[in-house]
Design a protein around this ligand. Structure first.
Ligand code: ADP
Ligand code: ADP
Length: 226
């Protein structure tokens, strides 16, 4: 688990678009922070900068006790979940879950332990020998989350992970995400344009508009006033 701090973070794309403008945000250890706002407000850019997938134009980004501005993604000890599940089609669920750990040369018994634990948490045990093509959309999204969980990272970053699912599955997955967060308590930054997701998932919600932070508060304080 780690605190994530954005201190006056800017992103200017090469075309000159200022996608993120002087963003100040402190995400506490173990907190579930939702970034919400309309399309184009800079949510994904902010998340991708935390992940190290996008360079920071200005400001300081800290994860744990390290300034990570120039640190490559693989050295940030974070795991990202995308809306397109990005599973390996030729591998079984079990192999998909284990793959990242194998790359990192994790010992085999440790891989087995973590895969088993993640599969149990996500209800994936019956599907371990199946390939992604034989899974439903919701099951695939669980595998994508499982791949993040087995890494045991200090933070999870999620970019609209439920947006490809239908309404009923989204409700189920929101409940699963809440349970997972309660159980693992890993610092999470979650991007969505969906206010219901923001309300039901976030410990706090940061509202962005035109690259700027408009408000950051608990869902209750943000959405409950008359
Ligand atoms: P959101 O996730 O809130 O929809 P984005 O972070 O994707 O917003 O985009 C913020 C702004 O940056 C938008 O104006 C978008 O068009 C622009 N943008 C995003 N990615 C790029 C890119 N690779 N190159 C240039 N402009 C980009
Ligand atoms: P495809 O490869 O065509 O996306 P999917 O198995 O993901 O195949 O299913 C197609 C559609 O059905 C997707 O929109 C998906 O979200 C939805 N879907 C998949 N599994 C379920 C499920 N168990 N319950 C409800 N809808 C599902």
């Amino acid at each position: 688990m780690a605190k994530i701090v954005l201190d006056s973070v800017d992103k200017v794309y090469s075309g000159g678009v200022k996608a993120v403008d002087s963003l100040n945000l402190e995400i506490n250890d173990g907190e579930f922070m939702v970034l919400v706002g309309p399309s184009g407000c800079g949510k994904s850019t902010a998340l991708r900068m935390i992940a190290g997938l996008e360079e920071i134009t200005g400001g300081t980004l800290t994860i744990g006790d390290r300034v990570v501005n120039d640190l490559p993604p693989k050295n940030r000890d974070i795991a990202m979940v995308f809306q397109n599940y990005a599973l390996y089609p030729h591998m079984t669920v079990e192999q998909n879950l284990a793959f990242g750990l194998k790359l990192r040369k994790t010992p085999k018994p440790e891989i087995e332990r973590r895969v088993k634990e993640a599969a149990a948490m996500l209800g994936l045990e019956p599907y371990l020998k199946r390939k992604p093509a034989a899974l439903s959309g919701g099951q695939r999204q669980r595998v994508a989350m499982g791949r993040a969980i087995v890494r045991e990272p200090q933070a999870f970053l999620m970019d609209e992970p439920l947006s490809n699912l239908d309404a009923k599955l989204r409700v189920q997955m929101r409940a699963s995400l809440n349970q997972l967060h309660e159980r693992l308590g890993v610092t999470t930054v979650y991007v969505t344009h969906d206010q219901i997701e923001a309300m039901t998932l976030g410990d706090r919600v940061a509202v962005l508009r035109d690259g700027k932070l408009q408000q950051v508060d608990t869902p209750k304080n943000l959405f409950d006033h008359p």
